[in-house]
Design a binder for this molecule. Structure first.
Ligand SMILES: [Zn+2]
Length: 304
């Protein structure tokens, strides 16, 4: 009995400690400031995220297409919060369900948040923004439970590249940022003024890296199937700089909120490519026209 009581206190005080104290180095002020140790699995885990994703060394994969339900529905009651570590969106009117691909279950969107700069790198290149769409396996009742199982959580990672073109969907989020930027409004949710559909934040989903990893914030639970899309969306540096102005302490701005790269530890990273990419010479014209189309609509396609 005493042991159980002690364990509960140890667990919860540790959790509170994390909630209040963990953070990121301010790399805008000092590039050499080390990333702090967050403790627990964050330090001892062997399947941690993020990692560098590289085309060379990935395993080729082919799966059924990913299936998205309700991602195109415009959300009217989306809430935004500055939680001191990121900007997070939740409160979806419709249940957004992800299935298919290599997934054996249905997953629902719990929340969306961003990291500036990106957490994952691709071929050693870092991007200015990474959006995480966090999904829970519907066989588990909540995120706390889901975080205990290796099939508990799926996160879709979307990378954004620097461009002169303002990103409209990110612009919609930024429009409401003023209400949550200040330290006084931390942890106080505000309504996102513009109606936004989640698929406005998602480029093509036909080509992606997938691997088994972790949450990139404490508790760093190794419960995440990562799906990092290879197509990226444009964003301007001015837009990213808006996120850098949110406060996590009185007068202190969150200049960056990405975790340092973790060891791959010989994990399998699977690269799923668009069907056009494996079509050979006969499909070359189609591939070229597809790439041109993507360039024309402002997307950037990796030439693998
Ligand atoms: Zn994240």
């Amino acid at each position: 009995m005493h042991f159980i009581t002690f364990s509960l206190i140890a667990c919860c005080s540790l959790a509170l400690g994390w909630a209040n104290e963990w953070g990121y180095p301010d790399l805008d002020n000092n590039q050499d400031e080390p990333f702090p140790k967050w403790g627990g699995l964050c330090d001892s885990g062997k399947k941690q995220s993020p990692i560098n994703l590289h085309v060379k060394g990935s395993l080729k994969g082919e799966f059924d297409p990913l299936k998205f339900a309700n991602y195109d529905e415009h959300q009217k009651n989306l809430k935004m919060v500055n939680n001191g570590h990121s900007i997070q969106l939740s409160g979806f009117d419709h249940e957004l369900t992800l299935s298919g691909g290599a997934l054996l279950h249905d997953y629902v969107v719990e929340q969306i948040h961003m990291h500036w700069w990106s957490e994952h790198t691709i071929n050693d290149i870092r991007y200015p923004l990474e959006v995480h769409i966090v999904h829970r396996n519907t066989i588990y009742p909540n995120m706390t439970m889901a975080a205990n199982f290796k099939d508990g959580i799926v996160v879709i990672g979307v990378l954004y590249h620097v461009s002169n073109t303002r990103n409209e969907a990110i612009g919609s989020i930024i429009k409401s940022l003023g209400a949550v930027k200040a330290y006084d409004s931390m942890n106080k949710p505000t309504l996102v003024a513009d109606s936004l559909a989640v698929d406005d934040l998602v480029p093509s989903v036909e080509s992606y890296f997938t691997y088994a990893g972790s949450l990139t914030t404490p508790t760093c639970a190794e419960a995440v199937t990562w799906i990092v899309l290879t197509e990226t969306f444009p964003v301007t540096l001015d837009q990213v700089n808006e996120f850098k102005e949110i406060e996590y302490e009185e007068g202190k701005q969150l200049h960056n909120n990405y975790r340092e790269l973790q060891s791959e530890n010989n994990r399998a990273v699977v690269l799923v490519e668009m069907p056009e990419d494996r079509s050979g010479a006969a499909g070359l014209t189609a591939s070229v026209s597809l790439i041109l189309t993507l360039v024309l609509v402002g997307g950037q396609k990796f030439l693998l």
